[in-house]
Design a protein. Sequence first.
Length: 94
Amino acid sequence: MKTFELDPILTKAIQECNLSKIKQIIDSYNKEEKLGKINARDSNNGETYLHLLISLDSTHKENLKNEKINIIKFLLENGADPNAQDNEGNSPLH
C-alpha cells in the first residue's frame, strides 16, 4: 500500500472536530486510495489522524468530547487503523 502524508485540509478539519467537513473530504477519496489516505502519517512523528484527534484536549467541553467520539467512529468505520504506531511506538488508543 502506498504511504500518504497528512493532508493539511483534513488535518485542519480534524483539529476543528468538524465532522461534516471530514466526511466531505473522505467521501471525495477514490476507493483505491481511501484506506491509505485515512491512515496517512505525519512525516515528522508518524502520527495518524486518529493520534491527532485523540490528543486534542476536550476535557471541559462535553460537546467537543461527543463530536470527537463521532469522528473516531467515522474514521474507524472507514478503515482507520487503531493499532497504527507513531515513531515512538504509541498507538492512538494506548
